[in-house]
Design a binder for this molecule. Structure first.
Ligand code: SIN
Length: 481
């Protein structure tokens, strides 16, 4: 038996509804993007399954909302501990279905588990208010209540962490849930549901329905008036469609959408730190993250030295299947991802960009794309305006702070920006001037379950993680006495 067979004996592949594992109406194949081989067949839900999932969530809702916060907290805490106890197996599952390297996958499992730990601590700290009205005629009582049944639609790039980032606060707040994982990577989400069940989560509190695409069963669930909340992580385009549907029902929404992160390096930056940060911000998950550095703006005085050093660092990365733990760059998720990257790189080269390293997809099997650095990228190049979602670093040189602020903000997105400078005043000026929900000052990675993750403009609405993440799953009830 191979390591792959061994791993796939464990994970559940059915629908998880009302605490039971059920067969669906058909099956979808989960493909290993490193080999293009089928890993497993997972049940897909029909409309009846979607309705059953809402029924199960509705039946469990009063009991779960009334469960003592300490009990909810302890279930989340046990889930955190179980995830860590199973971290190697969970990481290998992510490697297989998503393609990321083992180091990235292990990082994801620990990140994912941390959301359960953080929200186990938040579950017992849901704070209300009791105060005297200014006129003295009454008391104002503000009671936070669970928002209600929550639908979560999660992406393939963090199949475990995006599930726990949504489930953690929802469960802590007392909401019941329906999780619809990405069809490319359902196994990790099913594994999370299994862990929660092992930790004592009552049936029906978390239901998982797998299906192709983000419509169909998702529409059925969104149309059900018992469902009160939609949380989505994915592309801005799909987010717009889902928000329109949720909007017609005046549903609460949290949207974590696309990014187009500028990575700005000033002449006075510590270049060692900037290169280290650039490699993290660009190459975590081989660039398949919405917080990936998408456009490198480097001040003219260090532009050539930065580009050469980045080229050197990118060109020595070992590319190959993540199941070999020594590999440093895994495949993209699928063939369409490669086509998009190819299109963006070709467009930049047609506009006179220079390929400093990489610039091509090697022959298969596997959806690999070489780590790539492009220099002399024209400021109006399409690549600077699209989320690359791959291991490609386009570098543009700039002269002044004012010019780079204009370029950084010239996008519909506003998720994260990276700034490298040794002048702290300039760093804060940039942090205030750049339109993004998150700013990384002299850092290449800032994601943290204890911090509010989210964007402005078309990068999203709402925040995940931190105590702000809890607010997304709470309604405030005002009682006058
Ligand atoms: C994402 O790419 O959607 C999430 C990245 C992160 O949480 O760091």
């Amino acid at each position: 038996m191979t390591v792959v067979d061994e791993l796939l004996r464990g994970p559940k592949t059915g629908l998880h509804i009302g605490g039971e594992w059920e067969e669906g109406i058909s099956e979808l194949d989960v493909i290993d993007p490193a080999t293009e081989q089928v890993l497993a067949a997972v049940s897909t839900a029909g409309h009846d399954h979607a309705r059953s999932a809402v029924d199960a969530a509705a039946e469990a809702a009063p009991g779960w909302a009334a469960t003592a916060p300490r009990v909810r907290s302890e279930i989340l805490r046990r889930s955190y501990e179980t995830m860590l106890a199973r971290e190697e197996q969970l990481a290998e599952l992510i490697v297989l279905e998503n393609g990321k390297t083992y180091a990235d996958a292990l990082g994801e499992v620990r990140y994912a588990a941390e959301f359960f730990r953080w929200f186990s601590e938040e579950a017992v700290r849901i704070i209300g208010e009791f105060r005297t009205a200014p006129a003295g005629d009454k008391r104002i009582i503000v009671a936070p209540e669970p928002v209600g049944i929550s639908l979560m639609v999660t992406p393939w790039n963090f199949p475990s962490a995006m599930a726990t980032r949504k489930l953690g606060p929802a469960l802590a707040a007392g909401c019941t849930t329906i999780l619809k994982p990405a069809s490319d990577t359902p196994l990790s989400a099913l594994a999370v549901a299994d862990i929660l069940a092992d930790a004592g989560l009552p049936p029906g509190v978390v239901n998982v329905v797998t299906a192709r695409g983000s419509s169909g069963v998702v529409d059925t669930i969104l149309e059900d008036p018992r469902v009160r909340k939609l949380s989505f992580t994915g592309s801005t385009e799909v987010g717009q469609l889902l928000m329109a549907k949720a909007g017609s029902r005046i549903m609460r929404t949290s949207m974590e959408l696309g990014g187009n992160a500028p990575f700005v390096v000033f002449d006075d930056a510590d270049l060692d730190a900037a290169i280290e940060g650039a490699m993290l911000a660009k190459m975590r998950n081989a660039g398949e993250t919405c917080v990936a550095a998408n456009r490198f703006y480097v001040q003219a005085g260090v532009s050539e030295v930065f580009t050469s050093r980045l080229t050197e660092a990118m060109s020595v990365l070992r590319m190959g299947p993540g199941i070999d733990r020594s590999n440093q760059v895994g495949p993209m998720i699928n063939a369409q991802a490669i086509e998009k990257i190819d299109w963006l790189v070709s467009g930049a080269v047609d506009g006179d960009a220079t390929v400093r390293t990489g610039g091509r997809a090697p022959d298969g099997p596997g959806y690999f794309y070489e780590p790539t650095v492009l220099s002399e990228v024209s400021p109006d190049s399409t690549i600077l305006d699209h989320e690359i979602f791959g291991p490609v670093a386009p570098v543009v040189s700039f002269d002044t702070e004012e010019e780079v602020v204009g370029a950084a903000n010239d996008t519909v997105h506003g998720l994260i920006s990276y700034v490298y400078t040794s002048d702290i005043n300039r760093g804060f000026r940039m942090a205030e001037a750049i339109e993004s929900g998150m700013v990384a000052l002299n850092r290449g990675l800032i994601s943290d379950p204890a911090a509010p993750f989210g964007g402005v403009k078309q990068s999203g609405i709402g925040r995940e993680g931190s105590h702000h993440g809890m607010e997304e799953y709470l309604e405030l009830k005002y009682v006058a006495w």
